[in-house]
Design a protein around this ligand. Structure first.
Ligand code: ATR
Length: 268
């Protein structure tokens, strides 16, 4: 039997176990997906222990994405982001990927939204914003980063080729010109507020929210009311998992089965 898992702290409410178990079932793969809550002071030991025990792959979540970056042999895209959320334990050792970044691109592709030549606005400048900004740039978009603490937007923009940094007060102007607006802040998480001004939405925009609790955030409902296309936060969660599954197993992921498992657990 193969063993995969998610490592983080906390991880008890993770949606990765039901999503990956549904994928293994649908593909007839004999595998278990385990939840590992690691001690932050012993994370390197935890990674080495997983490797020694023959764990086949790990999803890495907060606060260990940088530790995973240090531990694994990191692929080129994850190198650019500076964080690893997926480890594949291969015969040659642990290889690190960033499927938060690559999964985002698959989510847009799945919705028929092309990022090539798109003007993308990323709101936020933390870890989630970093994965999205590098993803949009990788797909051929031009990225504007707007953040409450403007200096952090400039710092991130300095790392992403062609990107610019802004304060939140510039959002109306940035959104007027944009094709895609992504919320990578925690604003809207279990709260009926949006990081974007409601009257800045228009029907040429696609809205993407990294927040998935609730699924229909104020950010997305404002966007939809103005006629914009919306992609909710479960798609990012789904496609980072799809990409991890395909990396680990080399098989096409059963996307519909994973989506169904994820959404049924989200609505519980
Ligand atoms: P993550 O790694 O999940 O992206 P993070 O690094 O804590 O989390 O980043 C959270 C982001 O949400 C930051 O961009 C933060 O803005 P600051 O850099 O100014 O702190 C943003 N954020 C959090 N609460 C916010 C609020 N009430 N209004 C606007 N932005 C907020």
């Amino acid at each position: 039997m193969d063993v995969y898992g998610i490592i983080g702290n906390p991880v008890e409410h993770s949606l990765s176990p039901p999503m990956h178990e549904a994928a293994f079932d649908a593909c007839g793969i004999d595998a278990k997906f385990v939840t590992f809550e690691a001690d932050p002071d012993r994370i390197e030991e935890a990674f080495r222990g997983a490797q020694a025990l023959g764990v086949d792959g790990l999803t890495v979540t907060l606060p260990f994405k940088h530790d995973a970056f240090e531990f694994a042999d990191v692929d080129e895209k994850a190198q650019r982001v500076g964080a690893v959320n997926t480890i594949d334990f291969t015969d040659d050792g642990p290889v690190g990927y960033n499927t938060d970044m690559t999964g985002t691109l698959q989510a847009f592709d799945h919705h028929g939204v092309s990022l090539e030549g798109a003007k993308a606005v990323v709101i936020g400048a933390g870890g989630a914003a970093r994965a999205l900004a590098f993803g949009f740039e990788e797909a051929g978009g031009t990225v504007s980063i707007a953040n409450r603490t403007e200096s952090k937007a400039h710092d991130l923009a300095d790392d992403v080729p062609g990107a610019s940094g802004h304060g939140l007060e510039e959002l109306p102007d940035l959104m007027a010109e944009a094709d895609v607006v992504a919320n990578a802040t925690s604003v809207g998480l279990e709260e009926d507020v949006s990081a974007a001004p409601a009257d800045a939405w228009h029907d040429d925009l696609t809205a993407y929210d990294a927040v998935y609790k609730p699924l229909e955030t104020r950010f997305l409902s404002d966007a939809a009311a103005a006629g914009a296309q919306t992609i909710d936060g479960a798609w990012m969660l789904l496609f980072q998992g799809v990409d991890a599954f395909e990396t680990w197993t080399g098989e096409d992921a059963p996307v519909d089965a994973m989506n169904e498992a994820l959404r049924s657990h989200l609505s519980e």
